[in-house]
Design a protein around this ligand. Structure first.
Ligand SMILES: Nc1ncnc2c1ncn2[C@@H]1O[C@H](COP(=O)(O)OP(=O)(O)O)[C@@H](O)[C@H]1O
Ligand SMILES: [Mg+2]
Length: 250
């Protein structure tokens, strides 16, 4: 399979001298759902920011597929970061407006995308009227409306309660199975990483680096029943061991 993005020997030293990443190597294939799993401070957000072009690297290389051409990407953060004065519809339309898409085309895309994330009927609601889970759906819709090739998600469900999180996990998987974008999903939740991903990359801190790379070979669609299978538990056990080794070896 063709690789969507490759980071080769990427290091990042912030201005204050913090080495956030040291010689990080990571290659993600087209259509893969990869989770970056690791403790707070191991450089997960730094990796996403470098990929998104929101921060530069100190050394190393970033390759986009075979060419060096940047793909269309979208970013979802932990905070939904919606415009409070604008309706759901207007929030989702924003990136299209910024890209100069015609009103008619934008209306069609917004409608389609709201349906995808199960927000039809809430078009005219304001963010303050929505639950945390619904706000996150709006945020995801705003990312998907541009039809990105690569979706970067930085602990998108970290602030949600457990039930909302698992609901959004399964809805996200359903969407991903339909669309098959490449997803890089950051989390420090082992269960979430196993449930969603084709592959889990474990990172450790000081300096941020990759310490384990585990394929999750369970077939899709994955239902709630997957969470109670022996193989699910085995993946979780391996990952928690990798995390423990990563934090214990310092
Ligand atoms: N703008 C910054 N300036 C200085 N240090 C930073 C900055 N952003 C992050 N760091 C440091 O870099 C390391 C990695 O941070 P980050 O990528 O946010 O980790 P994670 O997302 O895994 O929690 C941490 O030690 C953090 O304190
Ligand atoms: Mg982070």
């Amino acid at each position: 399979m063709a690789s969507a993005i490759t980071l080769s020997n990427v290091s990042k030293i912030y201005k204050n001298g913090t080495t956030a990443l040291q010689d990080l190597n990571l290659s993600v294939e087209n259509g893969q759902f990869v989770s970056l799993l690791g403790p707070s401070g191991c450089g997960k957000s730094t990796v996403l920011r470098i990929i998104a072009g929101l921060g530069d690297m100190s050394s190393g290389q970033l390759y986009w597929g075979d060419q060096q051409i940047k793909r269309r990407l979208a970013f979802v953060f932990q905070e939904a970061a919606l415009m409070p004065w604008a309706t759901v519809e207007a929030n989702v339309r924003l990136p299209l407006k910024l890209a100069g898409v015609s009103q008619a085309e934008a209306a069609k895309l917004v409608k389609e995308t709201l349906k995808l994330v199960a927000l039809t009927g809430s078009e005219h609601a304001y963010p303050r009227q929505l639950s945390g889970g619904m706000k996150m759906r709006v945020s995801i819709a705003r990312a998907l409306v541009t039809k990105p090739d690569l979706l970067l998600m930085d602990e998108p469900f970290g602030a949600l309660d457990e039930m909302t999180r698992s609901r959004l996990n399964s809805d996200l998987l359903t969407l991903w199975q339909q669309k098959r974008w490449t997803v890089i999903f950051v989390t420090h939740n082992i269960y979430e990483a196993v449930y969603l991903s084709n592959r889990v990359v474990v990172m450790a801190a000081r300096p941020g680096r990759v310490v384990a790379d585990l394929p999750i070979d369970a077939p899709y669609p994955r239902t709630e029943a997957f969470r109670t299978t022996p193989s699910f538990n085995e993946y979780c056990r391996k990952l928690s061991q990798a995390l423990a080794e990563a934090t214990g070896d310092r």
